[in-house]
Design a protein around this ligand. Structure first.
Ligand code: PBG
Length: 324
């Protein structure tokens, strides 16, 4: 008798399909990136990221309450720094009353249990738009890592639960971990952007923060998209240096890396579905060429299926609206 096994049997109704579903996306999978600006009553749409905004602190508080009430439990803060506060050393990043530090406090006041992650990198603070201190056209590694460590301590002092270094300097996780320990922040986590590629998908983000590099590109520190085993090497080093969570960035083009890492390490893996990925779908949906919600759900499900436990995504709210 043929066939003994009919695979379509488990697909016949919505009920049985949901019973055998392997990957389920929930609100607690998400980290919501938020862009913060100075001012009052500011909610500015980012031109290359339709429906995504920069908020001043007062409206940030409102947004964070809404996120918490939707079941979203984590935010990742980025600040747009006024030009006159930018320099080559990240001075403003260490200001205990800087925009980032105030943003952290604002989030904690608005939603005390919200898990606050913070971006650690010099590019929003850099007059050169680079993730490090520049000398003779080069990005200094160790001097940058020292500033990143101080920046992490400053953010922890302001109340950050986890710092997220997105710069790709060598050894910075160890610098940060030691600085946090020395200053008594033993519970402050580090989510390392351990496999961050030199990607063209970051364009809209750089519009959002006005942080595009003023000269050259980021290929001397971010990884070559052609490389796979290097991602494992980077990640294993970050584990040794004290990272709590690893990250692969961007998302969709790099799911092979996510699966490699998932097979190799025991740490939770985060994926950053980046600004260019967001912009592509918004644009196609706007033209009526793709079904926004269906494609979005397929994408975040694929990211989770590949092995991600956390997804930093500009779609977080849209996803929660679809699944709840
Ligand atoms: C920079 C940083 C970038 C992103 C997060 N942190 C851009 C870059 O490396 O140039 C990109 C995020 C996105 O595109 O959504 N430290």
């Amino acid at each position: 008798m043929y066939p003994l096994r009919r695979n379509r049997r488990l697909r016949t109704t919505a009920a049985i399909r949901s019973l055998v579903q392997e990957t389920v996306v929930t609100p607690s999978d998400f980290i919501v990136p938020l862009f913060v600006v100075e001012g009052k009553g500011v909610k500015e749409e980012i031109a290359s990221m339709p429906d995504y905004y920069r908020y001043s602190l007062d409206l940030l508080a409102k947004e964070v309450k809404e996120l918490w009430n939707m079941g979203l439990k984590s935010v990742l803060l980025f600040v747009k720094v006024p030009d006159d506060l930018k320099d080559n050393k990240g001075t403003e990043a260490l200001n205990s009353d800087g925009l980032m530090q105030r943003a952290i406090k604002t989030v904690k006041d608005a939603a005390p249990d919200m898990y606050v992650m913070t971006d650690v990198a010099l590019d929003p603070y850099s007059s050169y738009g680079h993730d490090g201190i520049v000398e003779n056209g080069k990005i200094l590694n160790d001097a940058t890592s020292e500033v990143l460590a101080q920046m992490s301590v400053s953010q922890a002092q302001a109340g950050a639960d986890m710092v997220a270094p997105s710069d790709m300097m060598d050894g910075r996780i160890l610098y940060i971990r030691e600085a946090l320990e020395e200053n008594g922040f033993t519970d402050t986590g580090i989510m390392s952007y351990s496999a961050k590629y030199a990607s063209a998908f970051y364009g809209p983000f750089r519009d959002a923060l006005d942080s595009a590099p003023g000269f050259g590109d980021k290929k001397t520190y971010q990884m070559d998209p052609a490389n796979r085993s290097e991602a494992i090497k980077e990640s294993l080093m970050d584990i040794d240096e004290g990272a709590d969570i690893l990250m692969v960035k961007p998302g969709l083009c790099y799911l092979d890396i996510v699966r490699d890492l998932h097979n190799e390490v025991e740490l939770p893996i985060a994926v950053y579905q980046v600004s260019g990925e967001y912009a592509m779908l918004k644009a196609a949906a706007d033209q009526g060429w793709l079904d926004h919600d269906a494609v979005m759900m397929e994408q975040v499900t694929a990211i989770k299926r590949a092995g991600a436990s956390l997804i930093a995504s500009y779609f977080a709210k849209d996803v929660v609206k679809v699944i709840s």
